[in-house]
Structure formats: C-alpha cells, structure tokens
Design a protein. Structure first.
Ligand SMILES: [Zn+2]
Length: 125
C-alpha cells in the first residue's frame, strides 16, 4: 500500500505525533487491562492493591504477565521519549550516531530512537 503513493517529505512531525499518540493510547490501554485496572475499577484493583504490601501484589502477578507488562512499559517509554524528541526537534535522528533515521523505518516503527544499524548493535548487547 505505501509504495503505491509517495508522501512528499515522508514522516513529518505531525504524522509522527499522530502515530505516536495513538500508539501511546493503545499501550496505556493494554497496560491497564494487564494490571486489571479497567476490568472492574471499583472492586478488582482496590482489592488487589489494597490487600497488603507490594509483595502481595507481586505474588498475584504471574511471570508471563510480568514479562508482558515490562514489554509494554518499555514500549511506552520509547513512545514517550519519541514524543519528547518531537518537542525538542530531534525526532527522526538516531540517538547513537546522530544520522537521520530512514522514513520507512519511522513509518513502520514511529518510536524508533536508533537507525537500523545502531538498533541491531544495541540489541546484541
Ligand atoms: Zn545510528
């Protein structure tokens, strides 16, 4: 679909902001679901969170959920960082090497903070 038409200057700040904002909402929603906050706000979360110390909340969360929550949270952090970079005017520039990130990559992954090369390096760490 995208190859059928060209988008002028590609990924501009407005396009990126729209994509990131909706991505952020989606992640927040997923996180809320995962944490049980949306399931039944009046009862479930109050019971679970009010039941005791942080430790008791921890034991109610299975490892799979924890892993998913970590993933969602880190994605959310990336989106927040990307939104901050739009504000700073540094969006679309690799945070490691300072080179522009290709539009195609930003369109696929609006929260990208690194070019493909630096990303694969950082993932290998
Ligand atoms: Zn780079």
């Amino acid at each position: 679909m995208p190859s059928a038409r060209r988008y002028g200057s590609g990924m501009n700040a407005d396009t990126a902001k729209t994509a990131l904002t909706s991505e952020r909402e989606r992640l927040l929603n997923d996180l809320a679901h995962l944490r049980g906050e949306l399931v039944d706000p009046g009862r479930d979360s109050a019971e679970r969170l009010g039941a005791g110390s942080d430790d008791s909340v921890e034991t109610l969360t299975n490892e799979l959920d924890e892993g998913m929550e970590d993933d969602l949270q880190s994605s959310l952090d990336e989106v927040d960082e990307a939104l901050k970079r739009i504000g700073d005017g540094t969006y679309g520039i690799c945070i490691d090497c300072g080179q522009p990130i290709p539009d195609k990559r930003l369109e696929a992954l609006p929260a990208s903070a690194r070019c493909i090369e630096c990303q694969s390096k950082s993932e290998r760490r």
